[in-house]
Write a protein that binds this ligand. Structure first.
Ligand SMILES: [Zn+2]
Ligand SMILES: [Zn+2]
Length: 113
């Protein structure tokens, strides 16, 4: 399994298709990947359960990797917290490519040294 992008993910996959949820690290907002069908099931009649399970596991792993990649487009990286949704992200600091709203608020009001 690839390392999940967000801290929390849910696997909705069943024997026919693969889909995964990713949750904003800050507010928990959910993004669900587009379901992908289990291809090997359609192509041939697989009588051997062991083979079918292995094919499923292969496709499941690939589907997760692709959903995980796509999640990069739905979440924004806060260097300090992780991956957050658009609602939780602010790009007003161009230099670092943005921060989550918690971190940007913290920086706007720094403790006096
Ligand atoms: Zn969020
Ligand atoms: Zn942050």
């Amino acid at each position: 399994m690839s390392q999940p992008l967000t801290k929390k993910t849910t696997d909705h996959s069943d024997e026919n298709s693969f889909a995964f949820s990713f949750f904003c690290d800050r507010c928990g907002k959910e993004w669900i990947s587009q379901p992908v069908s289990f291809q090997a099931e359609k192509q041939t009649i697989i009588e051997h359960t062991g083979i079918k399970e292995r094919l499923w596991a292969d496709e499941h792993r690939t589907a997760f990797a692709e959903a995980n990649l796509e999640a990069h487009f739905h979440f924004n990286n806060c260097p300090q917290c992780g991956w957050v949704c658009d609602d939780c992200f602010t790009e007003d600091n161009g230099k670092q490519g943005g921060l989550c709203k918690d971190c940007s608020t913290g920086r706007d009001h720094p403790h006096k040294e």
